[in-house]
Design a protein around this ligand. Sequence first.
Ligand SMILES: [Zn+2]
Length: 347
Amino acid sequence: MVIIVYDERFLRHYSEGYSHPEAPSRLINALESLKTYNILQKFKSVAVDRLDYELPYEVHERAYVNYIRELSSKGFHYVDGDTYVNRYTFEVATLALTASVMSYELREVSNNPVFVLVRPPGHHAGIRGSALGAPTLGFCIFNNIAVLAKRLINAGFKRVIIVDIDAHHGNGTQEIFMDVPEVIHIDIHQKGIYPGTGSIYEVGSGEAEGTKINIPVPSGSSDSTYKEILDEILEPLINCIKPDYMLISAGYDTHYSDPLTNLRVTATTYYNYFKKFYGLASRLCNSRLIAVLEGGYAEGIRSGLPNSIAALAGLEPYVNEVETSGISGKDIVSEVKKVVKKYWSIS
Ligand SMILES: [Zn+2]
């Protein structure tokens, strides 16, 4: 059984009169795909039953939260060149945080993996807004997975892994936990695109040095590249870290159809990644795994999301796709391993 947290109020955040890739259609397409494969009927779908207005302050500075609240109250505005708010955004972004935190209770009570189907996405939102010198917020308002990770740490968990598989670097998440050793942030992203951060030498600071692991992959990376990374870095590393909770920043913009990136990943990789992650979570941390939606602006959500759910449910993949061209991950695997080995004993 997989629990899917979704609330139709997530559709209220939209760019009024302008077309924008981060649109309600993303979740509508996601839901359609889940209906196609009978997933919503088969698995438990839960709506958000509360709204906690204190949550944004747990990871963001008060001035930033108040700025977003103020701007949102005035109606549709661009916060920066990429990111908009409308009159519902403050409430919707707070609801997305609430859903993320609620997923922890749902997982603990049911012992089932949880997928939080939210928008706006969160992983670019840093402490004061745009993070680590990024030019914009990259469509994000508040950092959903960071608030969840913070809640887990407050609950006493000591090794919370966030694996960010969105095609863009999760600079907001990295900034928020830069000096927090309890959060091990592993981020695979396309090198050289927005937000420009996430080099292999960004490893965390102070006591947290070595707990931020970046895997920047070249343009054109595909299923075979991602498989090498999974087998040679992620699996041994997660085994070595021995997490007590696993969180996934699940972005579907690595898919070959995505207009914002230049990767060649198919729906098969999402299946393989989620299967491996859930297997590791089952072995290492009593199956404690929660995934939170990040980006994905084309067909990746329609095919990758059902495959992710199938993997979490122990089923065969719903969608089978085969890569048409692949590039080797050998170079990036060996570069990342050199850095990681300074902190973790992987072979
Ligand atoms: Zn992205």
